[in-house]
Design a protein around this ligand. Structure first.
Ligand code: ADP
Ligand code: MG
Ligand code: MG
Ligand code: MG
Length: 418
């Protein structure tokens, strides 16, 4: 049955609603009587169905006109599905096939995307909580970020093409607004939807909310996020937006995509590795997590190193946009100039990345959307002890980011306070 206006799918209606959609039947079979439908959405915003037929399986992700976590009191545009679809196609073009799920079909009116069912992949956050050590994530994620962030910017794209794309994504304002408030502002005052482990964290929460230097820096980072439309970001690149096996890494869920600072994706991702690190103490009932802690710090170092190396490689080989024109540097035989400019750009990403990581850590402990890494620690005193260390570490990143020189230095500090 073809529905002309938006209607949410359900397990019961999905087969009749999508039974005539060729992109689906070509992959899973036309016999809808044999389709098995499950709803697996564990996210905060959308419906996600796994649909299995006699020939194969697909995932159907559908936006709802409101925030799923909160309900219809918090409306949210269906158009986020459009941004997710267009972000996925750009990420695949820039980072390569097999970095995101293959996209089979997009229906704008129904705000739904039909995509490859990733199996036996699991959510990276879940893997890290279980103590697994997927071996390829640092390399895959470092490459993904360097390629998407570099190739979506004026370092690579033609100026007009980038400006047109900027205009397309500018309409994703409501999802940006969520980040602007939930990440950069709400954690630093008594916003209505905040929560934290109480009463254990009450003292440090009061301290952080009275911390003028911290709040000024958090607002500087918000300013950067909102005003520096430098490249197409994923916008929600945490360990819950990554699915893995030991051999394969896939990035999902880019509905927050918009043009912002390169350092935002990098900082959010590394923050989630640092939070995984500080949460390990709460997951030691089954045995020591010392090796897991070492693995996580290694992943942080390698992700950044792969990112830097690939970014520098793209700088030298694909700098075809209007910025730092080769006609000023290489074409005049001035390799020093080109490399000096590269250093400055990478140094800016480094400093901003540390700040974004710090606020991301804070908002996951003080704001609305928390992390399973900490939330699954049942003993609240133990959870609060882990969260306290992470909060202090985050504060250090935000306030002192210009004076932090290396990941070795900052990981040593993480080890000392852990
Ligand atoms: P939301 O935007 O609501 O957070 P996600 O895109 O993150 O939705 O999907 C929610 C969950 O659905 C994921 O955590 C994952 O378990 C599952 N999922 C999403 N996409 C796929 C996929 N292509 N293959 C397998 N599972 C998926
Ligand atoms: Mg998600
Ligand atoms: Mg791959
Ligand atoms: Mg999402």
């Amino acid at each position: 049955t073809k529905v002309m206006t938006f209607e949410a799918l359900s397990i019961e209606t999905l087969a009749s609603r999508l039974g005539g959609t060729e992109a689906v039947t070509a992959r899973i079979g036309t016999d809808t009587g044999k389709w098995k439908v499950r709803e697996v959405g564990d996210g905060n915003l959308n419906l996600v169905f796994i649909v299995e037929g006699d020939k194969g399986s697909v995932v159907v992700k559908q936006a709802l006109p409101y925030v799923r976590l909160v309900g219809d009191s918090w409306p949210l545009p269906l158009k986020r599905s459009f941004f997710e679809y267009h972000a996925l196609t750009r990420q695949e073009a820039r980072a390569g096939k097999g970095t995101v799920p293959a996209i089979h079909h997009f229906d704008e009116v129904q705000a739904l995307i039909v995509m490859e069912y990733l199996s036996p992949h699991i959510i990276l956050r879940r893997a890290l909580i279980e103590g697994r050590t997927p071996p390829k994530i640092a390399r895959d994620l470092g490459l993904f970020m360097a390629r998407t962030l570099f190739r979506g910017s004026d370092l690579h794209m033609k100026a007009r093409a980038r400006k047109e794309d900027l205009a397309l994504f500018a309409d994703n304002a409501e999802l940006c607004d969520i980040t602007e408030n939930l990440v950069f502002t709400d954690p630093y005052f008594e916003a209505a939807m905040n929560r934290h482990t109480t009463p254990q964290l009450d003292g440090i929460v009061t301290e952080l909310r009275a911390d003028r230097d911290l709040k000024v820096e958090a607002q500087k980072l918000k300013h950067l996020f909102a005003a520096n439309a430098e490249t197409l970001l994923h916008g929600d690149l945490h360990s819950g937006s990554i699915m893995v096996t030991d051999e394969d890494t896939r990035i999902i869920d880019p509905e927050f995509a918009f043009y912002g600072p390169m350092a935002f994706d990098v900082g959010m991702l590394l923050a989630n590795f640092w939070m995984a690190f500080f949460s390990q103490r709460g997951h030691e009932l089954g045995g020591s997590r010392e090796a897991q802690r070492g693995y996580l710090l290694g992943v942080i170092v390698e992700t950044w190193s792969v990112f830097r190396t690939e970014f520098a490689h793209l700088w030298r080989t694909e700098r075809s946009g209007m910025l730092y024109a080769k006609s000023l540097f290489e074409d005049r035989g001035d390799i020093f100039g080109s490399e000096q400019a590269l250093d400055h750009v990478l140094h800016g990403i480094w400093t901003d990345m540390l700040g974004f990581a710090g606020v991301e850590i804070h908002r996951r402990i003080l704001g609305l959307a928390h992390n399973a890494d900490f939330e699954t620690i049942e003993d609240e005193d133990l959870r609060a002890a882990c969260e306290t260390k992470a909060l202090k570490f985050g504060r250090h990143l935000v306030v002192n980011r210009r004076h932090i020189h290396s990941l070795d230095e900052i990981n040593t500090l993480a080890g000392l306070i852990e």
